[in-house]
Design a protein around this ligand. Sequence first.
Ligand SMILES: Cc1cc2nc3c(=O)[nH]c(=O)nc-3n(C[C@H](O)[C@H](O)[C@H](O)COP(=O)(O)OP(=O)(O)OC[C@H]3O[C@@H](n4cnc5c(N)ncnc54)[C@H](O)[C@@H]3O)c2cc1C
Length: 398
Amino acid sequence: MVSTRAKSEANKTSSYSDRRLAFLTEAQKSWLEKAQRFADRVSLEDVVQSDQSNVFRRDLFELACKEGMGSLPFPSTYGGSDGDYLSFVVINEEFARRCVPIMSSLGVHVLCQEPVFRFGTDEQKSKYLPPSATGKYLAAFGLTEPGAGSDTAALACTAKKVGNDYILNGTKVFITSGASSDYFIVMAKLLDPSTSANEKSITAFIVEQDFPGFKIGQKFDMLGMRGYSTCELVFDDCKVPSENLLGAHGDGRKVALSSLAKGRVTIAAQCTGWAQGALDAVIRVLGKSHNSPAKNDRYAAAIGEMAVLIESARALTYQAAAAIDRGQGDVTLASMAKCQASDVAMKVSTDALTLLGIECSQPDYLLERIFRDAKAGQIYEGANQIQRMLIARDLLKS
Ligand SMILES: Cc1cc2nc3c(=O)[nH]c(=O)nc-3n(C[C@H](O)[C@H](O)[C@H](O)COP(=O)(O)OP(=O)(O)OC[C@H]3O[C@@H](n4cnc5c(N)ncnc54)[C@H](O)[C@@H]3O)c2cc1C
């Protein structure tokens, strides 16, 4: 039987030495401390409740935005915090480690601001970025469809120019924050009378939640990543004004990739955090007992391996974030970090549950949640199998 203290401390700061600090600048450390203080204020009950009830905590999201996290890596010209991407990565890692119930929505929120910042008109930037920074607006990313997950060329959602508007039809699925968002970055195939709808016609739009013909479809009862309002988006002759075209006709892939190249690094950070949270649980539980089984060689070897894997995932993740901050963001490196960190999170959380046994699979140890969330990490923003193929394709090309 393990101590109840180990449970009650499940989402609190770990006391053992934090090797991350050696990599971080003073500014990055202060973002980490901010994230730690924020996470300390979220009770374990709230963490467990958001997962069990599958209800998104918009109030916590708004609080995080007030602390500058909602728009951390964007310039203050548009309400951002002038931070770098590594700082955003560190926040995500810390939130995942403690299962702070806004983590995934915050990641997607920043992922959606990226294309507005890069491809948006001045009017779009002024309209969508400042309220995204304050938390007045929450954003979601609509790419996946029932028949188009890994194969984005198979998108069936269409857009047709009619007068001064675009008319969108189709359905998006598994959209994080979908049911709670104010605007959506949506990819659709443009039906141009002069050409057939193909991969090159994928075009991006900014759709607001109250545009006529837009509605929220079914809400998903997910295995992991619960509490994020994940749902279907339905476009039924949805009328999108032409000023909400994002980028040029046919730029949809470029727009999506600009988000995903950074988003996959955010996912890698989240996965590193989950793995660290699982190792924290092992150390907390086994370290409590005087006759600690951690002294047993088998346990010690497993714990040592977890630590090695986590540091390797973290190193790759920080390297990918640092490349972004140097203006050399690299989608292949981002894919590598995402694959490695999500596989590490899956392995470490599986091994942690095996080591600690059934008692520690109760929700308030957070381990079983990390285990379920880690599985999503291997799938979303591109399944790892596909990421590996893309990495190979890039290497073979060069
Ligand atoms: C928690 C969660 C949140 C999400 N949030 C969002 C969101 O906010 N916005 C959004 O747009 N989407 C979102 N998604 C969707 C996600 O991005 C997709 O699930 C992902 O891209 C994989 O697509 P799929 O599920 O359709 O799997 P599929 O593409 O059907 O793949 C199923 C399996 O087949 C394999 N496979 C597929 N094609 C090949 C091939 N050519 N060769 C070898 N193997 C192949 C895959 O690797 C995978 O193992 C979310 C998903 C999850 C789980």
